[in-house]
Ligand binder design. Structure first.
Ligand code: GTP
Ligand code: MG
Length: 314
């Protein structure tokens, strides 16, 4: 996968600068929408130079256009949003159809709640035709906990009568080792969006951030990095991609009434994610799901199950 910024020719911008951006994993598509100050901070390239390059990138990609559009045109643009069925009717109903492109959907829950299982299932579902609830697309699976199992993909694919060899070919996998690597990998995805990528999964979003930046003394740095990461994911989603992340729950000692558990990551994650779904364990293989923090979606709960076939209706 070649890097498209290596061909940029801008007066005053030399080879060294371009190479620094390439080494940090930046591509034309990403630079076009990235925040110049964050790019500058992570690469050491002066912010004015990053601005020049970003402007050129937008021109080349045809993204330079009207800043203001009518609401009518915006409605047209929003029609591009598509949904991927979860393969479970109850969950689809909760999500008003499935996980959306141009949005981040977050699955939150304690260990064993079913977050990783939903991710596996979505990586298969996205490959189905539009009539069957998919997007005829491919998935990227960013695995920060080492819990991705191709064998499980085979099981789910077989349960749906699909050719599992093909299904495995359409999932692009990366194991993450630390937060820098995780952020780097997301930037790299901009290089190959065109290979029909419709779904990007990050399982889990913040486990590395929590272990690398523990305690109150590291909180500010951690949240700053996490903020940049969530924004990278949002920008990725704007290329008509559904982004799905998982998140852990932590106990908050300051809660006296109600639920002492809350999603990790604080406001940065809460504001960055478009849809938040809280998963809880029920009896045996039953799981309960509920939308949280949504001003316009129902707070009702639904039940699903995890079986050999994947995530299913009860
Ligand atoms: P953490 O990553 O530990 O926070 O949990 P998680 O929310 O990702 O949980 P996960 O999705 O891994 O769910 C685990 C549950 O799925 C377990 O209770 C397993 O019983 C069930 N499960 C996982 N794989 C299979 C499988 O192949 N067959 C069946 N029947 N159940 C499975
Ligand atoms: Mg998991």
């Amino acid at each position: 996968m070649s890097n498209d910024i290596s061909d940029l020719k801008i007066s005053g911008i030399g080879r060294v600068t371009i190479n620094r951006l390439i080494d940090a994993g930046y591509s034309l598509k990403f630079l076009a929408v990235a925040s110049p100050s964050i790019v500058s901070k992570t690469t050491g390239v002066p912010v004015e130079k990053v601005r020049l390059i970003a402007a050129e990138a937008r021109k080349l990609l045809g993204l330079e256009g009207e800043d203001f559009i009518t609401a009518k045109k915006y409605m047209e643009i929003r029609k591009n949003i598509e949904k991927i069925s979860t393969g479970c009717k109850a969950l689809d109903n909760l999500l008003l159809g499935g996980v959306e492109t141009e949005a981040i959907t977050e699955f939150i829950g304690e260990f064993g709640a079913g977050k990783t299982q939903i991710c596996h299932q979505l990586a298969v579902m996205v490959q189905l035709s539009k009539d069957e609830g998919g997007l005829d697309g491919r998935a990227v699976y960013i695995d920060s906990e080492g819990t991705f199992r191709p064998e499980r993909i085979v099981q789910i694919a077989n349960a749906k009568g699909l050719n599992h060899e093909e299904v495995l070919e359409n999932i692009i996998y990366a194991r993450v080792y630390n937060t820098d690597h995780q952020m780097f990998l997301i930037r790299k995805i901009f290089d190959f969006i065109d290979e029909n990528i419709k779904l990007v999964i990050v399982d889990s979003l913040i486990s590395n951030f929590r272990s690398e930046y523990p305690g109150r003394e590291n909180l500010a740095t951690r949240q700053q990095l996490l903020n940049a990461h969530v924004h990278d994911l949002l920008k990725l989603s704007m290329y008509n991609i559904a982004v799905v992340v998982t998140n852990q729950v932590v106990s908050s000692p300051d809660v006296f009434f109600g639920n002492p558990l809350k999603p990790a990551g604080g406001n940065v994650v809460a504001h960055g994610c478009t849809y938040r779904i809280w998963l809880k364990k029920g009896k045996e293989n039953k799981r309960i799901a509920k939308i949280i923090d949504s001003p316009y979606m129902s707070e009702s709960e639904i039940i699903f199950a995890i079986t050999e076939d994947g995530v299913v209706d009860v």
